[in-house]
Design a protein around this ligand. Structure first.
Ligand SMILES: Nc1ncnc2c1ncn2[C@@H]1O[C@H](COP(=O)(O)OP(=O)(O)OP(=O)(O)O)[C@@H](O)[C@H]1O
Ligand SMILES: [Mg+2]
Length: 243
């Protein structure tokens, strides 16, 4: 087991509406095995992004534990210090957010290369790897040195995806990484996941598209209204019944 999500809740306090709280996640528990691909599905607003943000510690969970077995030992991502979170991000823990909101004034190739520099890779070698990843995602070469701020949604999504997989993290969190891509580009992205990441990589990914879930997942976590509805093997997953 690489990840143990133990009765995790996230409650949002809405300060505008006096004293009112909104549940993002309520008592969610499941475990993830080493090398497994877990797909998270559920209706819009069911808590999928909140779950990934709690694991990456973009959100601090209100309760519960998230035990992550890193190379250096167990880290409880729900309760550890910010310094410990920063130490596991990168080679241990990677994340592609659903929306790429903050776009630095940095060329696309450097956005993707940066996580590799931060791991001590040589600058030019990291840029070369970044170009290879962007090429595999069918991003036109003339965009490599342009700023992603001017890119289309699908182009940005590919930069975001390449940045997340570039350092080959042991645990990768993907929030709808192919939602803005056409079928051909989506196929390239899924192929890249397979080719570029070691077979030992563990992935927790949010997907809306049933064909994608069917193609990539070993198990499916179904969320409904902030709660865990079911965890099923892909062979037993029936989207008509469960999501
Ligand atoms: N930062 C926040 N502040 C307040 N409420 C939030 C915040 N983030 C999420 N929520 C609320 O938590 C609930 C779950 O949101 P979440 O983004 O996790 O849903 P989702 O399953 O990812 O939906 P979608 O499929 O539309 O991306 C929603 O009711 C949402 O409004
Ligand atoms: Mg979401």
């Amino acid at each position: 087991m690489i990840l143990d999500i133990d009765t995790v809740s996230k409650t949002f306090e809405m300060h505008i509406i006096d004293g009112k709280t909104v549940p993002g996640l309520a008592d969610v528990s499941f475990t993830v095995d080493d090398g497994e691909f877990v797909a998270v599905v559920g209706e819009s607003g069911s808590g999928k992004s909140s779950l990934l943000k709690c694991i990456y510690r973009t959100y601090e969970p209100s309760a519960g534990a998230i035990r992550f077995q890193t190379e250096g030992g167990e880290v409880d991502l729900a309760n550890c210090s910010d310094r410990e979170v920063l130490a596991v991000r990168g080679s241990e823990l990677g994340y592609a957010s659903q929306f790429l909101n903050e776009i630095p004034r940095v060329p696309a190739v450097d956005v993707v290369a940066r996580p590799m520099w931060e791991q001590g890779m040589d600058r030019e070698a990291a840029r070369e790897r970044a170009r290879e990843l962007l090429t595999a995602l069918d991003l036109p070469a003339e965009l490599f040195d342009a700023y992603p701020a001017t890119f289309s949604g699908g182009e940005r999504q590919r930069v975001n995806f390449a940045r997340a997989i570039a350092p080959q993290p042991r645990l990768l969190l993907l929030d709808e990484p192919t939602s803005a891509l056409d079928p051909e580009t989506r196929a390239s992205a899924l192929e890249l996941l397979d080719d570029y990441l070691p077979a030992s990589t563990t992935v927790v990914g949010v997907f809306h598209n049933y064909d994608v879930v069917q193609q990539v997942a070993d198990r499916v976590v179904v969320l409904d209204d902030a709660r865990l509805q079911q965890v099923v093997d892909i062979a037993d997953y029936d989207p008509e019944v469960l999501a």
